[in-house]
Design a protein around this ligand. Structure first.
Ligand code: S3P
Length: 206
């Protein structure tokens, strides 16, 4: 009896499907400070066997200064211009998972570049989660205010309509990181490979 290779089923996985559908694009995580972009991004990259990059780390390396030092020495506008340049460069890196700083997606030019080169995911976190994760840290200059909760609420009000322009939205909350990563994988698979929508994905932007 003869057997043709076309009849042999090739095992596949959601991760392999996503990689194939991604082509040369990156996966970019956007959202507020404390939303878990770096933590989830690192795990997502490991699952997809892609490199992980963190825009804040790259900005610090390029400047030879920490982010608080850049704010202190040169001000926010200078930081934003450097951030836009670094993200533009990182978007030329080919497939990888890129975590971006919380303010970067607010710049129209950066959003357009991300739209051209990547699939974007908003990790959506509420004030309580953000506060819990950032409260003992001093590395976010924008939150060194008298009333950080009010600052977070103001930033959320300004930013959420813009973060909502990302291709996908996933709710970041206090559950094991791997569960969020599973949801990201399911949402990416649904978006890129046309599978059933992920049950816990908040929804895709139109
Ligand atoms: C900022 C977020 C920070 C960092 C800078 C400004 C913001 O990055 O880029 O402190 O404007 O939200 P993370 O979102 O990684 O904390």
């Amino acid at each position: 009896m003869s057997e043709t290779t076309s009849q042999i089923a090739v095992p596949t996985s959601p991760e392999a499907d996503i990689l194939a559908a991604l082509g040369s694009r990156l996966i970019v995580l956007v959202g507020m400070m404390g939303a878990g972009k770096s933590t989830i991004g690192r795990r997502l990259a490991a699952r997809l066997r892609l490199p992980f990059m963190d825009a804040d780390t790259e900005i610090e390396a390029a400047a030879g200064m920490t982010i608080p030092e850049i704010f202190e020495a040169h001000g926010e506008q200078h930081f934003r211009d450097g951030e836009a340049r670094v993200i533009a460069r990182l978007l030329e890196s080919g497939p990888c998972v890129l975590a971006t700083g919380g303010g970067s997606f607010m710049r129209e030019e950066t959003r357009r570049r991300i739209g051209d080169k990547a699939v974007s995911i908003w990790l959506k976190a509420d004030t309580d989660i953000i506060m819990k994760r950032v409260k003992r840290r001093t590395d976010r200059p924008l939150l060194q205010t008298e009333d950080p909760v009010a600052t977070i609420n103001r930033l959320l009000a300004e930013r959420e309509p813009v973060y909502g322009k990302a291709d996908l939205t996933i709710a970041s909350r206090d559950v094991p990181h791997d569960r969020i990563v599973d949801e990201v994988i399911a949402a990416l698979h649904a978006r890129l490979c046309g599978s059933e929508a992920a049950p816990n994905a908040v929804g895709a932007a139109s």
